[in-house]
Ligand binder design. Structure first.
Ligand code: SF4
Length: 243
């Protein structure tokens, strides 16, 4: 099942504060990925156990600047009260690099309080494969995931070195981490910047958008509000262990 993506207010006031073309390009990547995952779920009949949420515990995603802006716009337009959580992280390096994602909410649908706007690595987890050094595509389901009859048949047809892994021919398709990672990078408005942990990336994006909206509306700024936060060049793409 493909869940709907988010709707944004793209009025002129917001257009001055965000990178609309980049946000739209990112949304297209998310939409294509969600469709490919839905196709793969139909083929493999793999599904997360009901109420699992295991992949969000003790995990904080690395995200790109455009993914941070997408999340920040989603929060500011749909759940402004949730930005308080990020404001509370400011100045605390331990909280900004915490192992628990600040958007994890065990009481919300799929345990993610921003499920429709969640970043790439969260979408890819459990339903994406990769190319090995020889260029062969490989896939292994998450350890928490029960193996379906359809997937067992694929294991017999396309055996691989890993106990839960398959190495299929071109008749079987599933999303590849590298392909979608490159597409998200291509959608970025800071293409040379590296990925950053979600808490600090979203905090900076929220601050930057608020400041730009203030500037656009001609509101007076206090002395500490006058610099637009930049993205540091540091870090790297982080996927999760699915073997
Ligand atoms: S953004 Fe959502 S899906 Fe991703 S780690 Fe945080 S809570 Fe989990």
């Amino acid at each position: 099942m493909v869940h709907p993506l988010v709707s944004f207010d793209l009025s002129p006031e917001w257009a001055k504060a965000v990178h609309i073309e980049n946000l739209q390009a990112l949304e297209e990547v998310y939409r294509d990925l969600d469709c490919d995952i839905a196709d793969w779920q139909r083929t493999s009949d793999l599904a997360c156990p009901t109420g699992c949420g295991h992949c969000c515990t003790r995990f904080t995603p690395d995200i790109t600047a455009v993914e941070a802006e997408y999340l920040a716009v989603f929060l500011l337009q749909h759940y402004p009260e949730k930005t308080d959580k990020f404001d509370g992280l400011e100045g605390s390096s331990s909280k900004l690099s915490s192992e628990e994602c600040p958007l994890f909410d065990p009481d919300s649908a799929f345990h993610c309080s921003v499920y429709a706007a969640r970043p790439l690595v969260c979408r890819l987890f459990a339903f994406s494969g990769f190319r090995d050094k020889s260029g062969h595509r490989r896939f292994a389901p998450c350890r928490q995931m029960p193996v379906s009859d359809e997937y067992s048949a694929l294991q017999k047809q396309f055996p691989s070195s890993g106990s839960r892994e398959i190495a299929p021919d071109d008749s079987i398709t599933f999303p590849l981490l590298g392909v979608f990672g490159s597409r998200v990078e291509a959608a970025d408005f800071e293409p040379s910047a590296e990925r950053e942990l979600l808490p600090s990336a979203v905090l900076r994006a929220v601050s930057r958008i608020r400041l730009k909206r203030q500037l656009a509306s001609g509101q007076e700024l206090s002395g500490s509000d006058t610099s637009i936060p930049e993205t540091p060049v540091d870090g790297g793409f982080s996927g999760r262990d699915t073997a």
